[in-house]
Design a protein around this ligand. Structure first.
Ligand code: JFZ
Length: 455
């Protein structure tokens, strides 16, 4: 080969390697600044939470009893002893699990990252852990490393892989203190129960497990902790854990629940008090945005874990409007799926993911990489913003065909986002700017009006 051809080839290969998918932009091992490190996450806006474990077999039911609330709490709520409960991991054989299909569903919905429960409060791990036998390789007939399969499928399809890890462990003897082996005779996460051996569980079990997940499965986007409320966990452990994670993967993002007692919107505060990298309001959207990074996590029905008795599904329209609401306030939306014990997503969830995908595919420009609204929320919907553009997301279409937007908006050009050829006429009045929109809403769920601003 001639030299110049070689050079061209090398350059081409370099470009192709650099250009890989969204998720892999982060793969550099170089320690990024906090803003650089958070960038992919801030732009992503929409992720999938997956609650999956041995509780997915139980579905929140035991005989005639149905657990109230989240079915992932079955062990606690349905009064299983540790010994009784162990039969479920032994049964765990979700042969219909298809990592690629899961990732495709997330991707088609417009989601950019996936957070899977590596170990929930029940203590059962979905990966090949060397520090524990209570995992999918040693206790279950399934013997497939779920974290490996899902993380690889994510990488292949350009989705950022992340994991949830519960600090609470209802199975580990040293996290149970003197009640062991009778978990659930009286504990039920009673804060007065102290586990003197918890520090040992932390050092010799929990931390090594988190280490395995960070060392063996490629780049991890986010580590999402939970269960920080138990009495034995301390802020010092949280700080140690946070440092441990970033020593292994300098650019990984960690949620606020790594710090003891952190809830809701609480993230790192202005004085730099430690609280992970972002706040985690749960099942609620704050009224206005605040000046920290945050991510609202939410279920589609009322349960994180698979729960067939819960038919209280939010509508697709509601979920799309929630996504817009969150983005208009500067947050991310982590929307949950509770696959069943065979490895299937509930059909109700699949339908909602599809509807969200149809909407995000057409209107993604107004969501991904967009920032919070600079204005108070309008009566008819929400605003998002990007560079020199304001997006008006209309939930309630004006009956008179005139959309009243904020009078501070200096319109250069207004269009329906999905119909860029037709320019909409605008009129400034003393109170607001009127946008002359079609009489019928082009999209009954949320129609986006794109407003380019005068410089
Ligand atoms: C926890 C878990 O107990 C639950 O099963 C699920 O995994 C959920 C995502 O997280 O529940 C919480 C955790 C934190 C708060 C509320 C419920 N909180 O901060 O208010």
């Amino acid at each position: 080969m001639k030299d110049y051809k070689k050079i061209i080839l090398v350059v081409l290969v370099a470009i192709l390697t650099l250009q890989t998918s969204f998720g892999q932009k982060r793969s550099t091992k170089k320690r990024l600044s906090d803003d650089e490190r958070m960038e992919w996450w801030r732009d992503s806006k929409f992720g999938m939470f997956i609650h999956w474990g041995a509780y997915s077999i139980i579905g929140g039911e035991r005989g005639t009893k149905i657990a109230g609330g989240g079915a992932e709490w079955a062990m606690d709520k349905l009064d299983y002893t540790i010994e009784d409960y162990e039969k479920f991991p032994k049964m765990f054989n979700p042969t219909m699990f298809d990592a690629d299909a899961w990732v495709t569903m997330a991707k088609d919905a417009g989601m950019k990252y996936i957070v899977l429960t590596s170990k929930h409060h029940e203590g059962f791990g979905l990966w090949d852990s060397k520090v524990s036998d209570y995992d999918v390789m040693d206790t279950s007939p399934f013997k497939r490393d779920i974290i490996k399969e899902l993380s690889e499928a994510c990488k292949k399809q350009g989705i950022v892989f992340c994991f949830y890890y519960s600090i609470v462990d209802w199975h580990h003897p040293q996290a149970q203190g003197n009640l062991y082996p009778n978990y659930n005779i009286s504990q039920h996460d009673d804060p007065s129960v102290v586990n003197p051996e918890f520090p040992e569980y932390y050092e010799k079990y929990m931390k090594p497990q988190v280490g395995e997940l960070l060392k063996n499965y490629g780049d991890i986007g986010v580590v999402w902790f939970d269960g920080d409320w138990i009495s034995d966990y301390t802020t010092e452990m949280g700080k140690d854990l946070y440092k441990y994670i970033r020593d292994i993967q300098p650019n990984t993002i960690v949620n606020n629940r790594v710090d003891k007692g952190r809830k809701g919107m609480e993230g790192m505060d202005a004085v730099g008090n430690f609280a992970g990298d972002f706040g985690t309001p749960e099942q609620e959207i704050p009224d206005t945005g605040i000046d920290t990074d945050w991510e609202a996590c939410m279920t589609m029905n009322g349960s994180w874990g698979y729960k067939p008795s819960d038919n209280n599904w939010k509508s697709s329209k509601d979920l799309i409007q929630k996504l817009v609401d969150i983005v208009s306030k500067g947050g991310n939306f982590l929307l949950n799926i509770g696959p069943d014990g065979f490895g299937r997503f509930p059909s109700e969830s699949i339908r909602r993911l599809k509807a969200m995908g149809e909407w995000t595919k057409k209107n993604g420009e107004a969501v991904y990489g967009a920032s919070a609204s600079p204005y108070k929320k309008p009566k008819w919907g929400r605003y998002t913003k990007k560079d020199n553009v304001i997006y008006a997301h209309v939930f309630d279409w004006p009956k008179d065909g005139l959309l009243k937007i904020n009078k501070e908006i200096k319109v250069k050009k207004a269009t329906v986002l999905t119909n860029p050829k037709t320019k909409l006429t605008t009129t400034a009045t003393s109170r607001n700017v009127l946008v002359d929109v079609p009489m019928l809403a082009p999209d009954a769920t949320v129609t986006v009006i794109k407003i380019e601003l005068k410089k």
